[in-house]
Ligand binder design. Structure first.
Ligand SMILES: NC(=O)C1=CN([C@@H]2O[C@H](COP(=O)(O)OP(=O)(O)OC[C@H]3O[C@@H](n4cnc5c(N)ncnc54)[C@H](O)[C@@H]3O)[C@@H](O)[C@H]2O)C=CC1
Ligand SMILES: O=C([O-])CC(=O)C(=O)O
Length: 362
């Protein structure tokens, strides 16, 4: 009895230690003044893993930082401490709460904003009016230039790309890092979490259940036909067939259009995206801090379809202290999902090539 409770206590202490190993995590948001950037900065201020928040934009970042910095949340800073007279044991230090440093940086202070960052989230650029690919001309150069600064100032940071078209901007960031000689494919992520959030929300509505009971894997890329929800792998999705299935898949693939149309030219999804971006950043931070088993879909350099010339792909990825720990395969697909995948691959390939070509020609 005693042995069992001692073992439980030890286990809990070691769990505690894995979180007590929490380092200081500096997160930078590039594009913090925008429709996504502002609520994303707010949500990151609430994340206890974030000990420093660096907000950068060519417009308005100091104002957002001043505003967000008044929120009365701290962060738990747990510092592992060596036992006196021992170098071999570390014991959990009772955590202390610190104030999160929030700083805003204007256009000419990008390097300062990036110094010492562990995670950089990029929602900088323009939102679309028509297709995501229309954004390419403007956003490609914004993302390229930001990536060059990250590669120079904080080359080991994990880079989370929100700016569209994600299918091209992730290859752009990767190619810029490669050119700079600091590329680690485990560090660069396209944020496709909004597709997962939508898939779970829409499926829950069809199934008449709470979204928290629904877990959907969405693979491929982040635009229209490249978004492939694997509904057959969820208990609630398995039974949906025929027209209901077609409608649900269409809604997941084109959920962004619903928001663009409802906003009548004023932009695209910002609040749901900030939620999704904060959730993915939270996953990255938990994994960086040693939590095991953090698995989520994200668009990364991937071997899954590399033989077909598609070297970036979103699938379930296990995250770890170095970023990408393990890329999971797709699992079993239904006949309909195989068809969706067939439609996804050629479009995704074109989007990826466009991004790579842009950097080659820059
Ligand atoms: N990955 C995804 O699932 C989603 C991606 N997006 C994309 O996110 C991007 C941002 O969308 P919104 O926030 O709605 O746009 P927005 O126009 O409201 O905000 C963009 C911000 O970027 C800033 N910016 C422009 N150039 C910059 C530069 N060189 N450095 C730093 N900041 C710069 C602007 O000043 C602005 O504050 C768009 O490309 C949009 O398509 C939007 C929704 C979902
Ligand atoms: O639709 C857009 O352009 C913004 C976006 O990526 C989304 O909402 O999924």
């Amino acid at each position: 009895m005693f042995a069992r409770s001692a073992a439980r206590a030890l286990k809990s202490q070691s769990r505690q230690f894995s979180s007590s190993a929490t380092r200081q995590s500096k997160v930078a948001v590039l594009g913090a003044g925008g429709g996504i950037g502002q609520p994303l900065s707010l949500l990151l201020k609430l994340n206890p893993h974030v000990t420093e928040l660096s907000l950068y934009d060519i417009r308005g970042a100091p104002g957002v930082a001043a505003d967000v910095s008044h929120i009365d949340t701290g962060s738990e800073v747990r510092v592992p401490r060596l036992r006196p007279h021992s170098t071999s044991h570390v014991h959990a230090h009772p955590h202390r709460t610190a104030l999160i440093q929030v700083r805003g940086y204007p256009a000419d202070k990008l390097d300062q904003a990036l110094e010492g960052t562990d995670v950089v989230v990029i929602p900088a650029g323009v939102p679309r009016k028509m297709t995501r690919d229309d954004l390419f001309n403007t956003n490609a150069s914004i993302v390229r230039d930001l990536a060059a600064a990250i590669a120079r100032v904080s080359p080991k940071a994990k880079v989370l790309v929100i700016s569209n078209p994600v299918n091209s901007t992730v290859p752009i960031v990767s190619a810029v890092f490669e050119k700079a000689g600091v590329y680690d494919p485990a560090h660069i992520f396209g944020v496709t979490t909004l597709d997962v959030v939508r898939a779970q929300r829409f499926l829950a509505a069809v199934a008449g259940t709470d979204p928290k009971n629904v877990k959907v894997t969405v693979v491929g890329g982040h635009s229209g036909a490249t978004i492939v929800p694997l509904l057959s792998q969820t208990p609630q999705g398995k039974s949906i067939t025929g027209e209901a299935y077609e409608k649900l898949v269409h809604r997941i693939q084109f959920g962004g259009d619903e928001v663009v149309q409802a906003k009548e030219g004023a932009g695209s999804a910002t609040l749901s995206m900030a939620y999704a971006g904060a959730r993915f950043t939270g996953d990255i931070l938990r994994a960086l801090n040693g939590e095991k088993g953090v698995v989520t879909p994200t668009f990364v350099k991937s071997p899954l379809f590399a033989e077909q010339g598609i070297d970036f792909f979103s699938s379930n990825v296990e995250l770890g202290p170095n970023g990408v720990e393990k890329i999971h395969g797709l699992g079993e697909l239904s006949e309909q999902e195989k068809k969706l995948l067939e439609a996804c691959l050629p479009e995704l390939k074109k989007n990826i090539e466009k991004g790579k070509k842009f950097v080659q020609q820059s």
